[in-house]
Design a protein around this ligand. Sequence first.
Ligand SMILES: *Cc1c(COP(=O)(O)O)cnc(C)c1O
Ligand SMILES: [Zn+2]
Length: 411
Amino acid sequence: MKNVRYAKCVNCGRIYEAVPSLTTCGCGGILDIVYDYGYIRQKLTKEKLKTRPHTMWRYRELLPVEEDTPAPPLRVGGSPLYEAQRLGKMLGVRKLWIKDDGQNPTASLKDRASAMAVAKAREAGAQIIACSSTGNAASSLAGNAAAAGLKTFIFVPERAPKGKVAQLMTFGANVISVQGNYEETFELSKVAIERWGWYNRNAAINPYLSEGKKTVSLEIAEQLSWQMPDYLAISVGDGCTVAGVWKGLKDLYEIGFIDKLPRLISAQAEGCHPINRAIATGEAWYPMEENTLADSIAVGVPRNADKALRAIRESNGLVVNVTDEEIMAAQRLLGTTCGVFGEPAGVTGTAGLKKLCEQGVIGEEDTVVSVVTGNGLKDVANAIRFCGEPMRLPNDLDLLIDEFQKRGIQP
Ligand SMILES: *Cc1c(COP(=O)(O)O)cnc(C)c1O
Ligand SMILES: [Zn+2]
């Protein structure tokens, strides 16, 4: 990889050759991929991008893969960025865009990391990939691996919503539903991966994954013609997404594609916000209970805390915690004003943005991108619980008229 110099431990600074099966440092720290930006600046131009297909692989010069590694089969990336005029007006910001990453092949941003895992597993010559996940890393790995003809072993906590489990079973994964929380699920996957030597797609453990996730901010920048917003709002669990988003922005800054870095908005659930707590108190992070219906960010022991905390601080970012009610209100608001259906964790960034607007922290001078990280169809039970049931009646126009009157609906 001519564009990659090495991998470096974010904890002790030790340097590693960037081999495909890289995991964590001997000291327990997580690794960061370090690029040769001088080389990339020569190789990649904005002009060159214009002719390429709209997938995450259009940014190959900024990705840690060999030049001849084939892009995995599923179309990952190229998700829409909508200007949300009505929602922006309601929230009182100057401009608001919604990046709908629920439109990836398995319906979450995690596809960006899983496609990278498949590419790197192939480079490593591996036939089997494994991970533990709150759900989306699992379903995206299962789908992307299935398309590439690779076998998967996947560990999910028993609370994983049905939509995600259905995806796993349909993609033919070996699924282990662990009777415990995400932390316990992770621990079982860890010892099983050690026991059988599978390619490891665990969040943060494999340093290539957040390099895949960073393509979401590369896309946002390109979709905005390289004019960056003031803020970028994202939901945070393990912290790989927020760190990846920041990495992508810094990459673009380093190669001279953008001249401004947005401030990150880290949104977590009130019932589980160990990363935001560490930012707010200035202390080290420590574990927290996993007490939220936003299952994808119910992460009490974040695996990528070091990189996430660094990203939020470097960006001079904001942290905001939202209740489950606020999350579900944001789900409905995105649905009614934008026609975008996000899963609870998928809309938590928007819920956080709404709260910051209500608090007057963000206002009419500001431009914001909010990333919806997962599709609402993954968890229909919660959506129905909060958005309610339809009108229910037999084939009878008079009853329909009555019902409209009762509910004050103007036909
Ligand atoms: C995984 C996930 C997140 C959070 O990403 P982390 O890297 O765990 O911080 C947010 N939303 C959705 C839908 C996810 O699947
Ligand atoms: Zn180290």
